[in-house]
Design a protein around this ligand. Structure first.
Ligand code: UD1
Ligand code: CA
Length: 458
């Protein structure tokens, strides 16, 4: 396409009432400005440059792979474009200008905007939308012939202009050279004392340069986020858009409104997502798996035909045929090999659970390597932390760890070995041995009966 893109993201976003810069606020686990960068790149724009300013360090940390320029003082959208001039010194042809606070834009719409300007050989093309409630947006003022004349900001608009329902979406395509020749001519004689990019349209028209307006095909795409109510609204639109794509690709959701999937998640066919499931970050789910209800999986890989029920999985790998939950917590660095089970109220951190092994109930497994075919009894705990440092536990293939075993790391249970229930294991157990650590049980015959008889006498 040969177009370049500039994304304005330097504003504070006062109406968010937040310490975080507006464009850093997240939708489905991803900062909103990232959606705009991705849409610009997907449309073929190169380079894509972001103007940062308010909270620049925070925003730039979210955009490590993106070229940024600083607008030290936020004097308006027109001023933001002025600050980026040098980055486009080489550019001739189309320059798309996008708002970092409008994350629902799609690459198709960006391409249409570029196409509209280029086919009309116009100096600028403005994307507009007709909204039932235009509050907060700049209004599109047309001349007697119905052509775009200028854009008036709500705060500067007359009552008559405020009644106009066609709005400026904040998405434009300019002839890059023409834009930078004229953007310095703006003044800030307006209600907000800012240099408005929108005034460029009026400047171009006065010079008899052609400008065109094109209507957005879907007004949901143009939602600009200025407050948290709009943030929630945008998240809802994004949720529906993403879920619909997965539904059409063969994923079952009993209630899609109650399933939240991040934009980078991949899901195989015949996966079922139950209500209150959250799949975030770089997560993938293999074919035939059932996730939820009440589950949160972040930055993890889940294989095929696995089950994750009412559980939290973070930074982990859950292989084919594994069963997780209910109420398990897999923390980063956990790998659960095929057909293993991590059951009710079990927490696992930085550990390997071998093929077919079972940790079915109420355990903590940390910094451990568990072989294949191991059974870990209920209530077993790896005591991995001595108050100073963490130590490893190794449980070899086929071992049987009795219920309520305390494994004081570093410690190793040999292949096929058994530990007695309730034992505190502090030394290595050789293969095929039994380790029991508990005092002998005393049995006092008739004790309970005698106590009952005493009670009756009193
Ligand atoms: C802007 C448009 C308005 C349009 C609306 C669409 C102007 C003057 N107005 O209004 O016509 O209907 O978007 O959403 O352009 N920014 C900077 N530097 C600045 C000021 C803003 O980079 O000095 C960035 C912001 O971070 C934001 C974008 O520009 O991403 C838009 O700024 P914002 O203040 O939200 O403009 P609106 O009042 O929404
Ligand atoms: Ca805005």
């Amino acid at each position: 396409m040969g177009a370049s893109a500039l994304i304005l993201a330097a504003g504070e976003g006062t109406r968010m009432r937040s310490r975080l810069p507006k464009v850093a606020h997240e939708i489905l686990g991803v900062p909103m400005v990232r959606y705009v960068v991705d849409a610009a790149r997907a449309s073929g724009c190169d380079p894509v440059v972001v103007v940062t300013g308010h909270g620049a360090e925070t925003v730039e940390r979210l955009l490590e792979d993106v070229q940024t320029v600083r607008q030290e003082q936020q004097l308006g959208t027109g001023h933001a474009v002025q600050c980026a001039q040098e980055a486009f010194a080489e550019a001739d042809g189309s320059l798309v200008v996008l708002s970092g606070d409008s994350p629902l834009i799609t690459s198709e719409t960006i391409r249409a905007l570029v196409g509209a300007r280029e086919s009309a050989r116009a100096a600028a093309a403005v994307l507009t939308a007709v909204l039932a409630d235009p509050t907060g947006y700049g209004r599109i003022v047309r001349d007697e012939a119905g052509r775009l004349a200028r854009i008036v900001e709500e705060k500067d608009a007359s009552d008559e202009e405020r009644a106009i329902r066609e709005v400026n979406t904040g998405f434009y395509c300019f002839d890059a050279r023409v834009l930078f020749e004229h953007v310095h001519l703006l003044d800030n004689a307006n209600a907000q004392g800012e240099f408005y990019l929108t005034d460029v349209i009026d400047v171009l028209r006065r010079e008899q340069l052609p400008v065109v307006a094109i209507a957005a095909s879907d007004s949901a795409e143009v939602l600009g986020i200025n407050n948290r109510a709009q943030l929630a609204e945008a998240a809802k639109v994004m949720q529906r858009r993403i879920n619909r794509a997965h539904l059409l690709a063969g994923v079952t959701m009993r209630d899609p409104e109650l399933v939240w999937i991040g934009p980078r998640v991949t899901i195989g066919r015949d996966v079922t997502l139950e209500p209150m499931t959250f799949l975030m970050g770089d997560t993938s789910i293999g074919e035939g798996s059932v996730i939820g209800p009440d589950s949160r999986i972040t930055d993890s890989v889940v294989g095929e035909n696995a089950v994750v029920d009412s559980s939290i999985v973070e930074g982990s790998c859950v292989c084919d045929g594994v069963r997780i939950g209910p109420r398990a917590y897999l923390r980063p660095g956990t790998v659960v090999r095929p057909n293993a089970k991590v059951g009710t109220s079990v927490e696992v951190k930085n550990s390997l659970i071998g093929e077919g092994s079972k940790v079915p109930h109420l355990s903590y497994i940390g910094d451990a390597e568990i072989g294949a075919g191991v059974n870990v009894g209920a209530g077993t705990i790896t005591c991995n932390y001595d108050g100073r440092s963490k130590h490893r536990t190794v449980i070899e293939d086929g071992a049987f760890v009795g219920s309520d075993t305390m494994l004081v790391a570093p410690v190793r249970i040999g292949a096929g070995a058994v530990t007695g229930a309730g034992s505190t294991i502090t030394r290595d157990v050789p293969a095929d041995a039994l380790a029991v650590e508990r005092s002998e049980q005393r049995v006092i015959e008739g004790w309970s009966k005698r106590r009952r008889e005493q009670d009756d006498e009193e």
